[in-house]
Design a protein around this ligand. Structure first.
Ligand code: SF4
Length: 378
């Protein structure tokens, strides 16, 4: 059995580690490229969302490289995700590929149901070995998230942005190869130190929250690496979605650690009191949360035609007004041009900078206690 799975950010490092811990041969799909996307566009129905098309391209490339088993997360709810695996399986069958698809479903109540599914995926694996494989993969994922947060913190602050990005690429590749917790700790410590030592500038910074559909937030290819573009504009990006949280909520039903979802849902409640599928409610809640934390702006991202994000977008108009936070929405599909996205990001960052400068002027005036000073300042 040669197992493959779709890409989503750095998830391939984690899933590869897990499957190897279950004694499976793994075929990681090649990094997502224009060729991957072209395959997805060619064989998926035109109106399906971008993650389905990219995932389909991943599978075709992996099957062509010798994979014979696809592992995919299942799902349910009012959006299309629950049908992804079935639709992709039918398309691949029609194309004549010989493979089996294993769909991991979230357990109804007990976490042991999920561990049983993973154990069945393994090759002569004991229950203890399955648990160890999950724990080691999780350790890698937590380390990668910590490193990513530091990278996103450093990029806007340093003048050596190329080096900051290079270090992040190195962390990805070294943690992928790490075989022990000690090795992961050493890689992380070394990277933190290197980022810390990069030269800094004293230009003003922006803080921007990134919200939206999970795949688009987590997969740089699908959002045209928006966090990197903003970092290069001296804007620090905070992702509202973390892989550990998403898996804890969706596959482990919140059994692993106390989830932030309750807080985010409470933030959303005055604007959207129920789920609308996908990550729609979380998009609204995270935007309110960012506003309350004093962020300068929020960018919502999603695939074109993503129903939950369209619902959230309409509600963000009110959130923006009442919570006093500028919001911009960007939808991505195969026609999104790099130059167009870059122009929109630059314009949004400029607008946030002007707004911040005006607010600083206004607060200086208020502290002086003389409103006429506004006019005196011109
Ligand atoms: S959340 Fe959006 S992108 Fe994801 S399956 Fe649902 S509609 Fe498609």
């Amino acid at each position: 059995m040669k197992v493959t799975f779709p890409h989503m950010g750095f998830m391939h490092i984690v899933v590869k580690s897990l499957l190897e811990g279950l004694h499976r041969e793994v075929v990681v799909p090649p990094p997502i490229s224009q060729h991957t996307l072209a395959l997805g566009i060619k064989y998926a129905p035109e109106f399906t969302c971008l993650p389905l098309k990219i995932g389909l391209g991943n599978y075709i490339e992996a099957l062509e490289s010798g994979a014979d088993t696809i592992v995919m997360a299942g799902g349910w709810g009012p959006c299309r995700f629950g049908y992804y695996a079935q639709v992709q399986r039918d398309i691949l069958n029609d194309l004549g590929y010989d493979f089996q698809m294993v769909i991991l479903e979230a357990p109804d109540s007990k976490i042991s149901q999920l561990l049983d599914q993973l154990k069945r995926l393994g090759e002569k694996v004991s229950f203890l070995e399955a648990v160890q494989a999950v724990r080691f993969a999780w350790y890698k994922m937590a380390a990668l998230e910590k490193a990513e947060q530091r990278y996103l913190y450093t990029l806007p602050r340093t003048i050596d942005k190329d080096r900051a990005e290079q270090l992040w690429e190195q962390v990805l590749s070294h943690i992928d190869q790490a075989g022990s917790r000690k090795a992961i700790d050493d890689i992380l410590a070394q990277a933190m130190l290197s980022w810390e030592n990069l030269p800094r500038h004293h230009e003003p910074l922006l803080r921007i929250g990134l919200v939206g559909e999970v795949y688009t937030v987590l997969e740089p290819f699908s959002n045209q690496n928006i966090a990197r573009s903003l970092g290069r504009l001296n804007a620090e990006v905070t992702n509202s979605v973390q892989l550990t949280e998403w898996l804890n909520d969706n596959l482990f039903k919140g059994h692993l650690f106390k989830s932030r979802t309750t807080h985010i849902n409470a933030c959303a409640r005055p604007y959207l009191p129920c789920s609308v599928g996908g990550h729609g409610r979380e998009t609204v809640g995270a935007t309110v949360d960012f506003a309350q934390q004093g962020y300068d702006g929020v960018i919502q991202v999603g695939p074109l035609t993503c129903m939950p994000e369209i619902v959230a977008q309409t509600i963000l108009l009110r959130v923006s007004k009442e919570e006093h936070i500028p919001c911009m929405t960007i939808y991505f599909d195969e026609h999104s041009g790099t130059a167009g996205i870059q122009t929109r990001l630059e314009a949004f960052a400029d607008m946030l900078r002007r707004r911040k400068a005006l607010q600083a002027d206004y607060s200086d005036v208020q502290q002086g206690g003389n409103v006429c000073a506004v006019h005196a300042r011109g």
